[in-house]
Design a binder for this molecule. Structure first.
Ligand code: SF4
Ligand code: SF4
Length: 390
């Protein structure tokens, strides 16, 4: 793809939420005030320029939007109210659709109807599978011999685990293929020659930033980082328990509250519940720079995540209180919310940033290492040339 000026890019980007950019006159205040920008990674002004110029290839190969954590500091300082922080957010949506080869991401970001239709179709499929595979007609299987709630008999845990694994392989496959696509756009197509060993030496940056979200802590708003970190660790905890250890996590036996199964479950639930409530509150109030503007996909994500958590809490409350029917119905409702949320958000929408961001940090380090190697090679060549002349 040649890097030609694309006059249609502006209209395309508007669908992803880019607004107000005509106001930007490139004073550079935003970049000067960004706590995360550094030499070689100058944002957000550089990306705004590429957007305005219609440079599609430059944008597709840009890592900077992922290096922004949307603290909003730049938007506060912009003399033209051009909302550079929100432009970076919109660019991340756009880039998610650029990496996604299926076209589903673009569909979700460009059409509310398509997004809701997808949620509805997946939820309906889950309902149909629940009716087929749960022990609906056989009420004798619904309770344990002790008379308690037998969730694993009502809906055999092996079936749920099998469904989990199928979904995990599918989602991981889609996300990994999109990350490979990202790698080609930001490294290979840019002609960057990465030294083989650097793929390993820089890998820790990916893991560290995924776990700690450390760069976020450089932003002024510390509470935002803490809440985000709590939410991420809660989600990862729940994800690992549900995907890898479901038979250990979902049992008919109710253990004491201090059992690791319950402690981990409570940690994950608290993180997700408090985190989603915090973000819903911030987006509704619109007082902070980073929550003033919401694309409809931001709301879909946060509301689905909140409802998944809430229905999960209700399953637990009904179960430990021996309310069998209420547990079974809410469990199916929980799966009908959770499944579309994961199927849509992880590979195609908002939650893909959980993978793209640490990978962007990793790719940025690979780029830097390659540049350093190139500089060393150039210096060595110059030195040799000077020596040969002398
Ligand atoms: S977005 Fe605002 S602060 Fe940034 S360069 Fe443009 S006018 Fe200046
Ligand atoms: S939102 Fe924050 S991290 Fe992102 S470009 Fe602006 S100042 Fe930098």
């Amino acid at each position: 793809m040649e890097n030609l000026v694309n006059p249609k890019l502006r209209d395309e980007l508007k669908k992803f939420g880019v607004q107000d950019w005509e106001g930007c006159y490139h004073c550079g205040q935003c970049t000067a005030n960004c706590p995360l920008t550094e030499q070689g990674q100058l944002f957000p002004r550089k990306d705004i320029r590429s957007m305005q110029m219609g440079l599609k290839k430059t944008l597709a190969g840009s890592l900077e939007p992922w290096l922004c954590y949307y603290c909003g500091d730049c938007s506060k300082e912009c003399p033209r109210n051009a909302n550079p922080g929100e432009m970076m957010m919109a660019l991340r949506r756009y880039l998610t659709s650029v990496y996604d080869w299926t076209g589903i991401s673009k569909l979700i970001y460009n059409s509310k109807i398509a997004e809701f239709a997808l949620i509805f179709i997946i939820a309906a499929l889950v309902l149909i599978l629940s009716i087929i595979y749960s022990q609906v007609p056989d009420r004798s299987l619904w309770i344990t011999p002790e008379g308690g709630v037998a969730i694993n008999q009502f809906f055999p845990v092996e079936y749920v685990h099998f469904g989990d694994m199928v979904m995990f392989v599918l989602l991981a496959g889609l996300l990994i293929s999109n990350i490979v696509n990202m790698y080609f756009k930001v490294i290979v197509n840019q002609g960057i020659k990465v030294h083989f060993i650097n793929y390993f030496t820089e890998f820790w940056a990916l893991i560290w930033n995924f776990i700690s979200q450390k760069k976020f802590s450089k932003c002024d708003s510390k509470p935002y980082w803490y809440v985000h970190l709590f939410l991420v660790t809660a989600y990862v905890t729940l994800f690992v328990m549900v995907v890898a250890f479901l038979t250990w996590f979902q049992t008919d036996t109710i253990y004491a509250w201090y059992h690791p199964q319950r402690i981990l479950g409570y940690y994950a639930t608290l993180g997700l519940f408090a985190g989603t409530l915090y973000f819903i509150y911030q987006r509704s109030r619109k007082t902070k720079e980073n929550s003033k503007h919401s694309h409809y996909t931001d709301w879909t994500f946060i509301v689905l995540l909140f409802l998944s958590t809430l229905s999960g809490i209700l399953v637990h409350v009904f179960r430990i209180n021996g309310m069998a029917l209420a547990t079974y119905y809410i469990y199916i409702a929980h799966l009908m919310i959770l499944t579309p949320m994961l199927m849509i958000e992880v590979p195609f929408s908002k939650w893909s940033h959980l993978a793209y961001r640490p990978f962007a940090i990793y790719f940025a380090r690979l780029k830097k290492a390659a540049e350093n190697k190139q500089k060393e090679a150039n210096m060595e060549a110059t030195y040799k040339l000077k020596e040969s002349i002398a």
